[in-house]
Design a protein around this ligand. Structure first.
Ligand code: FAD
Ligand code: SIN
Length: 530
């Protein structure tokens, strides 16, 4: 079925920070259609806590922020990208203020907090719920814009390319996307002259993750199947401090708690332990270092969790800085002003993704990408805290500018074949999806986690091979559902992560393997060609 909307100029897949920034920039001249799985605010953006990194203090410099980003990224970052993004951060913050984001102020200036890996205070924030304020401001602006149509409830399945043209060309030119209308169960073909992928990360490949339910790597998997290269997928970031709670499994406790003086303590010894892992930076070492330290303490002492403690600070200070977290924890019977918070590391961010250039262009003509689904060169082997939202704003805008500049060269889409459902039936065994989903997330956690070995990676690769046949068979025989789309993409991303990890014969940043503990002299991206 074709879309009932008038044909848009540009389609954007995803309504988080990257997608809506691109939409608002494009809408100055073009008609934009934004498609989103679930509701408009189901992505990671709304969940962001700590804030957005930007050099705004007279005592700080771009050079400092660039150096911190490269140190965290273990030298795998592309300097050109790091400079490009960091120099545009103050503009990104100005734009958000103009949209009405109520960043915290102090003495007439923006209040800057601190997080791990940052040599200076440079994180602008809205209390400890920055993402919610940003998401709400972007959605309000997009809803009010006459050139933007928002279509939530669309699970995109596959990009439309030359292979789907009514007069088959087989080219890699992207013309839009096939999307499942979650309400009607029908698949729609949405076409446009340009498409921007902004579908977020693949965190849900892991059993324990701070990411929302829909972070199943759909954008990365769709681009890969359409023929785009992906890069550095082995660089999966684990956040050191996810709440340990048997009922609430994915609640993040922001790094800003450590930034404002919180300590990590071994509950068995009652002592701080970071001095054994990074005596200089202690709790404010980059995330990969802190997550490995916690993992090591947990394994060495047979613990379920470690403690994060900020109760030595005045209660009023803690409540004022962390109102959302304080209230959430109180509801679970934990008073962070009076005692420690039990925490464990959990998957948090996908550093790798669809390879893009400085204009957000992918390998495929007509396809741009921005945000967590990409590998832009900013994060390298480990993302510096609060650089992610920043990347979304900078590349959302960069992609939009490039499309606007080249607009006259974008052809109108040809006639496209409708989605073919003639050979599929309704699924009679949903249990297969649930079983495979759980299995992937469990073996990825156990075999492809914080500390890796070649043997464990090979075990994971073997499991993936077996599951591929089962999932593809299922996909070929039954009508698509959001769960099935996500399972297929999760498996695709798990495969990309494991293949990339097997190719990296060194330990660098987030990829730590007991078989290759040394870091090679030369930093090289792991680029996979479809
Ligand atoms: P998202 O915001 O994840 O949006 C993805 C969009 O794509 C959604 O609209 C989703 O519905 C849609 N989508 C996905 N698949 C499909 C599909 N198949 N069809 C249609 N639509 C689809 N970063 C920081 O810089 N600072 C922080 O303080 C911070 N805190 C964080 C806290 C938490 C708990 C988490 C999980 C992340 C945090 N991050 C933070 C990371 C940051 O929030 C994300 O990297 C960023 O928001 C990603 O934005 P995005 O626009 O790329 O994707
Ligand atoms: C946090 O608040 O700790 C998350 C920040 C980030 O992921 O950048």
């Amino acid at each position: 079925m074709a879309s009932k909307q008038p044909r848009p100029d540009v389609i954007i897949i995803g309504s988080g920070a990257a997608g809506l920034t691109a939409a608002l920039t494009l809408a100055t001249r073009l008609k934009v259609l934004v498609l989103a799985k679930g509701t408009l605010s189901d992505g990671s953006t709304a969940w962001a806590q700590g804030g957005i990194a930007a050099v705004l203090d007279a005592g700080d410099t771009f050079e400092n922020h660039i150096r911190d980003t490269m140190v965290a990224g273990a030298g795998l970052n592309r300097l050109e990208t790091v400079e490009y993004v960091i120099e545009r951060a103050p503009h990104a913050i100005e734009r958000l203020i103009a949209l009405g984001v109520p960043f915290n102020q102090q003495a007439g200036a923006l209040h800057l907090t601190r997080e791990g890996g940052h040599s200076h205070r440079r994180i602008v924030h809205v209390d400890d719920a920055t993402g919610r304020a940003v998401q709400d401001a972007l959605v309000s602006a997009a809803q009010a814009h006459p050139n933007i149509t928002l279509l939530p409830g669309r699970s995109c399945i596959d990009l439309i390319t030359g292979r789907h043209e009514a007069r088959y060309s087989g080219s890699g030119r992207v013309w839009g996307v096939y999307a499942l209308n979650e309400a009607t169960g029908k698949v729609e073909a949405h076409t446009a002259r340009a498409t921007v992928l902004a579908a977020g990360g693949a965190g849900r490949c892991y059993l324990f993750s701070t990411s929302p339910r829909g972070a199943t790597g759909d954008g990365i998997a769709m681009a890969w199947r359409a023929g785009a290269r992906v890069s550095n997928m082995e660089m999966m970031q684990f956040h050191p401090t996810c709440l340990y709670n048997l009922e609430v499994k994915n609640f993040l406790v922001t790094e800003a708690v450590r930034g404002e003086g919180g300590w990590l303590i071994n509950p068995r010894t009652g002592k701080r332990f970071m001095e054994f892992y990074d005596a200089e930076r202690m709790e404010l070492a980059p995330r990969d270092v802190v997550a490995r330290a916690i993992d090591s303490e947990i394994k060495r002492f047979g613990l379920d969790y470690v403690h994060l403690d900020i109760s030595h600070k005045p209660a009023g200070f803690v409540r004022e800085h962390f109102p959302m977290i304080h209230a959430k924890l109180l509801g679970l019977g934990i008073d962070m002003t009076a005692g420690p918070i039990p925490v464990v590391p959990a998957q948090h961010y996908t550093c790798g993704g669809v390879l893009i250039d400085l204009a957000g262009r992918t390998d495929l003509p007509g396809l741009y990408a921005a945000g967590e689904c990409t590998e832009s060169g900013l994060h390298g082997a480990n993302r510096l805290a609060s650089n992610s939202l920043l990347e979304c704003f900078v590349f959302g805008e960069a992609a939009a500018h490039d499309i606007l500049e080249r607009w006259s060269s974008f052809d109108a889409p040809p006639a496209i074949r409708p989605w073919d459902e003639s050979r599929v039936a309704d699924s009679d065994e949903e249990v297969v999806i649930k079983q495979n989903w759980t299995e992937i997330r469990r073996f990825m956690w156990n075999y492809v986690g914080i500390v890796r070995t070649t043997k464990r990676l090979e075990r994971a690769a073997h499991r993936i091979k077996l599951l591929y046949d089962e999932v593809e068979d299922y996909y070929g025989h039954f009508r698509v559902t959001t769960d099935l789309i996500e399972l297929r993409n999760l498996l695709q991303c798990a495969d990309l992560i494991v293949r990339s990890a097997l190719r990296r014969h060194e330990s660098r940043g987030l990829h730590y393997t007991l078989d290759y503990p040394a870091t090679s002299k030369q930093a090289r991206d792991t680029v996979l060609f479809p």
